[in-house]
Write a protein of this length. Structure first.
Length: 150
């Protein structure tokens, strides 16, 4: 199989590309987390952040409910669309935030990919920066003493 030429072609090939093994288990950062079950190379596509595709107006209503519980499940794609991982989501919804992450998100059309920002060792917890906007009501737990808010 040849390497894809653009992120869009990766999306079309998603079922044929190899995605690394990951597992969900308890996290020291917050609740559940997602961990590498094998070494993952830098820039590797790890998983797509799945969930119900909803309009922004609906997302704002749901986000308010989730924030009261201390959770962030809606991922904004653009001004019009979001993905709600609490409805139809996959294990990617358990990837925790970090101010010094080892992964990052990339939006291709309406697909949200989580990719390795550096080489990740087997057993390491996957994290990415949520880049949240808004009221910043949730304290960041990425490391002791972090003063950032999500």
């Amino acid at each position: 199989m040849t390497q894809p030429r653009s992120p869009g072609s990766v999306w079309r090939m998603a079922r044929r590309i190899y995605l690394p093994k990951i597992i969900r288990r308890r996290s020291k950062l917050h609740g559940w987390g997602v961990f590498a079950a094998e070494d993952i190379n830098k820039n590797k596509y790890i998983i797509d952040y799945d969930g119900e595709l909803i309009r922004q107006k609906e997302s704002e209503k749901r986000e308010a409910r989730y924030l009261r519980k201390g959770c962030i499940w809606c991922f904004r794609i653009n001004r019009a669309w979001s993905r709600d991982a609490n409805v139809g989501g996959n294990v990617a919804r358990f990837i925790n935030h970090s101010c010094t992450p080892n992964a990052y998100s990339q939006i291709v059309d309406k697909t949200i990919w989580i990719r390795a920002g550096r080489n990740i060792k087997k057993g390491e917890e996957l994290t990415y920066d949520y880049n949240t906007e808004g009221d910043k009501t949730i304290a960041c737990r990425c490391r002791p003493g972090c003063k950032n808010r999500l």
